[in-house]
Design a protein around this ligand. Structure first.
Ligand SMILES: N[C@@H](CCC(=O)N[C@@H](CS)C(=O)NCC(=O)O)C(=O)O
Length: 221
């Protein structure tokens, strides 16, 4: 599978990219890039949730399955997509609007409130992953975006970016699962170098993060 920056197609809002994703957002999947992917049904697929579900279905015979039919995993993933993901722009967009908010501070406060609600949805289970010993779609949905939140929130004065259960899980998977470790290094190194190259400025946040982080969504796993 090839990962291509939308800038190679003229940018997110170019006619070429809008033909792939009418909302001009990342990610989008061109099915011809996956083995046997261009089966004539849909040449392009937008929305990270739909891309992920298509891939889980297509590779269902491979392990791990990511538990695509587990209601608890799905509810965590859906909660994240609906209530947290739209607020992420407050951590990288240069100016408003930030979802329904005109002020960055209000959007960041709402993001933290939603994180605390998400925390209550995390079950008390033993095991490396959110739902126990098997990785699920919930892990794949939360992890890449929470690397970003963990990296960015302190730059806005938030000293403890992740609540306790999420923080424990986050540290565990990034240390003990080699795929999560790889994603962690990839996303955080991109952030560090963006700061080093002054794409960000902590004094006056900021930001052209969309360019710095090709995609912060679940299908990075
Ligand atoms: N619901 C969409 C959200 C996609 C999204 O907001 N992507 C961000 C980057 S992670 C983006 O493309 N932002 C640029 C913009 O909104 O112009 C999904 O999950 O695919």
């Amino acid at each position: 599978m090839a990962v291509v920056s939308p800038s190679e197609l003229g940018g997110l809002k170019s006619p070429e990219y809008l033909a792939i994703h009418p909302q001009g957002k990342m990610p989008a999947l061109q099915r011809c890039f996956i083995p046997d992917g261009d089966d004539g049904r849909l040449p392009c697929l937008a929305e990270s949730d739909c891309i992920s579900r298509m891939l889980m279905d297509r590779y269902a015979s491979l392990s791990p399955s990511f538990q695509p039919c587990n209601p608890q995993s799905n509810v965590i993933a859906r909660f994240f997509d609906i209530y947290l993901a739209p607020l992420q722009g407050a951590m990288y967009k240069f100016g408003p609007p930030f979802a329904q908010f005109g002020m960055r501070a209000d959007a960041l406060k709402e993001y933290q409130k939603q994180l605390s609600i998400l925390e209550q949805m995390i079950p008390e289970v033993d095991g490396l992953y959110l739902l126990g010993n098997e990785v699920s779609y919930a892990d794949a949905t939360l992890f890449p975006s929470l690397i970003f939140a963990n990296f960015m929130l302190p730059k806005f004065g938030v000293e403890t970016p992740l609540p306790p259960k999420l923080s424990k899980w986050f540290d565990q998977v990034r240390e003990e699962d080699s795929d999560f470790k790889k994603i962690y290094q990839e996303v955080s190194q991109t952030g560090e170098s963006a700061f080093a190259n002054s794409i960000f400025c902590s004094a006056a946040p900021l930001i052209t993060l969309t360019a710095a982080f090709p995609c912060l969504t679940k299908n990075r796993l």
